[in-house]
Design a protein around this ligand. Structure first.
Ligand code: APR
Length: 320
């Protein structure tokens, strides 16, 4: 089998980091696409010059031409703009919706067999729109949110418990951002659920509640510190984890924004749920039993996603 091809649509902070990670993990050859002339070419040249030091041979090309993504096995989409001061959520939605239309059409024309991972915000609406515009099968288009949100949760929990991060598992559901639903009873240290750890005196309900809240606003905390941009290392690492699961048929069980047709009582919507990712794309949506509270919180999250999708449909008639 030949080398895999990974197309990165958007060569900004996340796109550049994705390119570096894909090459250092030797996932395949990489094409970095952007509408701005010079950015993908410059980043590609810079990253190619890491090659001799990192002892890697993977090819990287920067381009402004969709024809270069032809035959990609994976497309990771970070194209778009970030919210700037004075811009309403609907302004952002309108701008990035247009970007998703261009990207969706580019993928449809040149890489219709790819597994597509959307990272552009507002994530849950953008992944839905990207799927609509690309016309790809629903199981081949997913959104990256849960892997990042759960990594943030795991990081904070590991600090709280004073244990290795790799021993902490965390479960999050729902939309990306304020309405995400960290499920505490399914989050563990080496299999011991958090409620048991609280009973064991490792933490308190109040401290865990504060960690949940900090996780929910994890992106905003970083924007507040950086001031001129948003998080990119952990978002890129999360996207690469999903791409690797597909390319290596790993059957990873990861929280992703996936298309629901009946699961969790939802229909026709992208929602953050646990899925199995392997060579078939989203091979299975895992439906877990939720407590009353988690169920209610998930519904709040779903309602917020529905609102965003309706706003997209108002902006672009073709999405109705
Ligand atoms: N096609 C391709 N690329 C585009 C398009 C388009 N139509 N429109 C904008 N871009 C490019 C920009 O030129 C820029 O290089 O997308 C890139 C976005 O990069 P950054 O502004 O650095 O944003 P980044 O931090 O990478 O985040 C990208 O992911 O997490 C989300 O909220 C974040 O929506 C944002 C996205």
């Amino acid at each position: 089998m030949g080398r895999h091809k990974i197309a990165l649509i958007g060569a900004g902070n996340i796109g550049g980091t994705l390119a570096h990670l894909a090459l250092t993990r030797d996932l395949g050859d990489v094409v970095l696409f952007d509408v701005v002339d010079g950015i993908p070419q410059g980043k590609a040249l810079d990253l190619n010059q890491c090659g001799p030091i990192e002892a890697r041979e993977g090819a990287l090309k920067g381009t402004n031409d969709y024809a270069d993504i032809a035959g990609a096995d994976v497309c990771i989409v970070t194209a778009g703009v970030a919210r700037k001061p004075g811009m309403s959520r609907d302004d952002l939605l309108g701008i990035n919706l247009k970007v998703m239309k261009a990207v969706g059409e580019g993928i449809k024309a040149h890489a219709p067999n790819a597994f597509v991972i959307c990272i552009t915000n507002p994530l849950d609406a953008m992944v839905w729109a990207l799927r609509e515009f690309s016309g790809l099968p629903h199981n081949k288009v997913v959104g990256m949110a849960g892997v990042l949100d759960s990594a943030r949760f795991r990081h904070f929990l590991a600090e709280e418990f004073g244990v290795a991060k790799q021993d902490v598992t965390a479960f999050v559901l729902g939309g990306h951002g304020d309405t995400m639903v960290p499920v505490v009873e399914y989050s563990t240290v080496a299999g011991i659920p958090i409620p048991d750890l609280i009973k064991m005196g490792w933490s308190t309900q109040e401290r865990i509640d504060a960690i949940v809240q900090r996780t929910r606003s994890g992106g905003g905390e970083i924007v507040g510190l950086l001031k001129t941009g948003s998080a990119f290392y952990a978002p890129a690492t999360s996207g690469i984890e999903m791409a690797e699961a597909y390319l290596k048929d790993q059957k990873r069980l990861l929280p992703c924004a996936a298309y629901l047709d009946g699961q969790y009582g939802q229909d026709g919507l992208y929602v953050g749920v646990p899925v199995i990712i392997g060579a078939g794309g989203v091979e299975k949506i895992v439906e877990i039993q939720l407590s009353g509270e988690a169920k209610a919180n998930l519904q709040v999250s779903v309602d917020a996603v529905k609102e965003l999708v309706a706003a997209c449909q108002n902006i672009d008639e073709s999405l109705k």
